[in-house]
Ligand binder design. Structure first.
Ligand code: KG4
Ligand code: ZN
Length: 391
């Protein structure tokens, strides 16, 4: 570990926290294949300024293997994290000594990578006498929209990433109720697998989106998963199989065939996300009607996670929200995909809400490969889309 990270400097190392003044938090994210760090300021008024944000994507390191290799990811984090943190701190203009806390992803994710980030964050926090805030990566995504957009609680969250696909009622910081989740693949995982199948390379989501640009989304009629099923769970594995069968049926697909397959898959995936989100909207509205609070409560959908960067997905959800009279909030694409700012911000939100663990408990926390943000509804402890490389 670089001595730069540990040498004490700046102002007093005294730990300060609270919601009534500006707070500076360094965030570290290493749960998958992005080595990321950021410094955010949580203003006394609850607003957020992202002072520095660096992401070192590892795509090249994994390219030869067609997917993320956990051991390579962990080694790349070891090689790059110190530099990334030092550069981020320099960009931010905030000295280590001026930080209020260091937040780091403590799970869920590839445990080797999480260990690298969490251990580094612990060392920085100890060396500079700062608080450590271990953050659930999914909470980072869940609160990410609040950095740049107006997204007061409560809201319905559609969390669509490489390892997770969930609909969650977000009632406040730390107050999450899961309404539905995938019973097999995650949304991002299905984009990644489709990209692999079509020979588009990785990262799959952006490659499929780019390939779909010149394609016809109505050429292949892919299924509507769980069409007849109540509730708002998701399923993506059937879509992936349908793409594989359609591609096999073409023999040697042309460039136009690939574009049509990508566009038709993307359309079917976006439609599935919208159809299940609509079910969750109805659940939320019905619950509020029962509580007689439908007038007061806002109808707000927040979309987060890497797949929220996809324009076809966004426009289908936008159409749904307009039809149902809901507002839609989506962070800019660079804060949809993994980043350190959302981890710093979740740490700051926890600190401001008095929900960060005490020093000893935070320091003792071990990295977690699995860490649900919200438990599934009783009797439905299934699936979760945790099989992919992003899990
Ligand atoms: O949130 P994220 O960066 O990492 C996880 O926490 O999983 O999400 C990564 C996932 C990948 O599966 C990636 O293919 C997908 O998000 N993704 C996209 C797009 N950009 C990233 N999927 C569809 N369209 C995109 N433009
Ligand atoms: Zn993520």
């Amino acid at each position: 570990m670089s001595a730069h990270l540990l040498s004490a400097g700046g102002v007093s190392g005294e730990t300060r926290h609270g919601a009534l003044r500006d707070m500076f938090v360094l965030g570290v994210e290493t749960s998958c294949d992005d080595t990321a760090a950021a410094v955010v300021r949580r203003r006394a008024d609850g607003g957020c300024d992202i002072l520095a944000n660096r992401v070192w994507a590892q795509h090249e390191d994994h390219a030869a293997y067609g997917g993320v290799v956990p051991e390579i990811a962990a080694r790349s984090h070891v090689e790059r994290l110190d530099r990334t943190v030092i550069d981020t701190i320099a960009d931010s203009g905030v000295a280590f000594g001026d930080l209020d806390a260091v937040a780091a992803t403590a799970g869920p994710g590839l445990v080797g990578g999480v260990m690298v980030g969490l251990t580094t964050a612990k060392a920085i926090a100890l060396a500079h006498s700062k608080r450590l805030v271990p953050v659930n990566h999914l909470e980072g995504h869940a609160l990410s929209a609040r950095m740049t957009e107006a997204a007061p609680f409560p809201y319905l969250l559609l969390l669509i990433s490489g390892g997770h696909t969930q609909l969650i009622s977000v009632d406040g910081v730390g107050a999450y109720r899961r309404l539905g989740s995938t019973i097999d693949d995650a949304a991002g995982e299905s984009f990644d697998k489709t990209a692999k199948l079509l020979g588009l390379g990785q990262p799959g989501g952006p490659r499929v989106e780019a390939a779909a640009v010149g394609g016809r989304r109505d050429r292949f009629a892919f299924p509507k998963p769980l069409d007849k099923r109540e509730g708002c769970d998701f399923s993506f594995s059937g879509l992936k199989t349908a793409v594989r069968d359609a591609a096999a049926g073409l023999g040697a697909p042309t460039g136009q065939d690939i574009a049509d397959l990508a566009a038709s898959f993307q359309f079917a995936a976006a439609r599935h996300l919208a159809m299940r989100t609509e079910k969750a909207m109805t659940m939320v509205e019905d619950a509020r009607a029962q509580d007689k609070q439908e007038e007061a409560a806002p109808r707000r959908l927040v979309v987060a996670g890497g797949v929220a960067a996809n324009c076809a997905v966004k426009s289908m959800l936008d159409e749904l929200c307009r039809r149902r009279g809901w507002a839609m909030v989506v962070p800019p694409p660079k804060y949809c995909t993994d980043n350190g700012a959302m981890i710093a911000w979740a740490g700051a939100e926890r600190l401001a809400a008095g929900l960060a663990p005490p020093h000893d408990a935070a320091m003792a926390l071990a990295p977690r490969a699995r860490w649900p943000l919200a438990p599934p509804p009783a009797g439905r402890e299934i699936g979760g889309g945790r099989k992919g490389p992003k899990a």
